[in-house]
Design a binder for this molecule. Structure first.
Ligand code: NAD
Length: 264
């Protein structure tokens, strides 16, 4: 469904060259928002992605290759976005990585990278976006947390710590903006079949000597009672709602879309 609720607004979506971030960027552009893309990937593919979205939804796009583990690059990205569009009105903190290992075997550099990309990057983008949002008395910040912001799973210590951290950061951001036109919320997806999860499916298939299809089924059966993956498009629709006027009093929530994972 195409509408122009967000016409004239600019949405910066970190980690939007793939998976959930791309799904959210497409949904927001379908609502008329200009998009600042970020994330890694083949430069030609990214440039095609940008022009496809611009054409399909009649919006402007920008791409910045900031590494979200590097505060100076995040500052450069926020500056470039402001120079091109005047301000960042909608900030989607989505970039994220995973590593799976027991705590005693967890590589220290993976711990540091996960905390930097999944958690600290949101502090940096938010601290840089808030002055502009306050000047406009309007803003939407959506932090892509996870069910792992609400519950734990073995072998995911850094990821679970980062996602619980971002749920806490969401609450503080919501409190500090409570009497303004700026809202901040977190969304908490269950399993979504993106490259991040495909790696875990492949590892399970190899470990258990089963097919990829069987690995997908057993991954879902373990945690997600619906037995189905959540899709990036469904998460995009949830973000579009959080960006709407109807959601102006939804503040500081951690909203799960997880096939009943945390209902257990
Ligand atoms: P993905 O691997 O498909 O996409 C991750 C995106 O982040 C890519 O665009 C990648 O280039 C970018 N990225 C990675 N490291 C970066 C860095 N250092 N700097 C800039 N960009 C970087 O993964 P996804 O599944 O779409 O994950 C997106 C978010 O959703 C993550 O925060 C993840 O934790 C969260 N999430 C995913 C699932 C799931 O089941 N896939 C579930 C819950 C939460």
């Amino acid at each position: 469904m195409q509408s122009s609720n967000l016409k004239g607004k600019t949405a910066l979506v970190t980690g939007s060259t793939s998976g959930i971030g791309l799904g959210i960027a497409r949904t927001l552009s379908a609502q008329g928002a200009n998009i600042v893309f970020n994330g890694f990937g083949d430069p030609q593919e990214i440039s095609k992605l940008q022009s496809d979205v611009a054409k399909e939804f009649d919006v402007e796009t920008l791409y910045h290759n900031a590494d979200m583990s590097k505060p100076a690059e995040i500052e450069a990205m926020m500056k470039a976005a402001t120079e091109q569009f005047g301000s960042v009105d909608i900030l989607i903190n989505n970039a994220g990585i995973q590593h799976v290992a027991n705590i005693e075997d967890f590589p220290v550099d993976r711990w540091d990278a996960i905390i930097a990309i999944n958690l600290s990057s949101a502090f940096h983008t938010t601290r840089l976006a808030l002055p502009q949002m306050k000047a406009n008395n309007w803003g939407r910040i959506v932090n892509v947390a996870s069910v792992h912001g609400l519950v734990g799973s073995a072998q995911k210590s850094a990821y679970v710590a980062s996602k619980h951290g971002i749920v806490g950061f969401t609450k503080v951001t919501a409190l500090e903006t409570a009497q303004s036109g700026i809202t901040c919320n977190a969304i908490c997806p269950g399993w979504v079949l993106t490259p991040l999860v495909q790696k875990q499916v492949d590892a399970r298939a190899a470990q258990q000597n089963i097919s990829i299809e069987e690995a997908k089924k057993s991954l879902l059966a373990e945690k997600q009672p619906s037995g189905e993956f959540v899709t990036p498009e469904q998460l995009g629709a949830l973000v579009a709602f959080l960006c709407s006027d109807a959601a102006s009093q939804v503040r500081g929530v951690a909203w799960n879309m997880d096939g009943a994972w945390v209902a257990q």
